[in-house]
Design a binder for this molecule. Sequence first.
Ligand code: COA
Length: 163
Amino acid sequence: MSSGVSGSSAVYAGTFDPMTNGHLDIVVRANDMFSGLHVAIVREPPKIALFSAAERESLVREAVSGINGNIVVESFDGLLVDYVRRVGARIIIRGLRAVSDYEYEAQMAMINRQLADDIETIFLMTSDYCSFISSSVVREIARYKGDVSSLVPANIARRMQSL
Ligand code: COA
């Protein structure tokens, strides 16, 4: 009989350039669902990142430090499915904000399944208060010295203000 998901570890991967309240919402909820959660930061994303991998990792680590649970934050190279296997997980968590996310997310989930059919992707709908947030909007507001404090965790707002 299957052991279900509650005793499993899951991986929530992303670029996190920077982490937003939307990402944090997914971390909090996934942490409640699984016995362990790896927040995995892709070291070399396809797009040029504003923050280095080391800084994205340390900002995420600080942002999730107050959450009670078994959360590991680390960067990874290579394929996500290889990372998931390496840490002994079998679930990938993704957040869905709107229908516009669906096509990209569905393609990624199907490719990951093609690469590793023992790994499942589970989607969580973002909470409505953060369904409009994206990392690029946050970067754009910060570029023009706008206030991002309602969109990102406090430590990240402070870092964005210092840009
Ligand atoms: N709330 C708010 N924003 C969210 C969100 C949520 N719940 N979920 C996603 N987003 C936004 C982000 O803010 C970001 O916005 P932007 O495009 O404006 O910058 C965007 O959605 C996606 O960012 P992120 O969540 O950081 O994930 P990603 O799509 O950059 O992550 C990886 C992609 C890392 C999972 C993927 O590139 C990967 O697996 N790489 C490893 C290589 C690999 O295995 N490739 C094959 C698989 S196709």
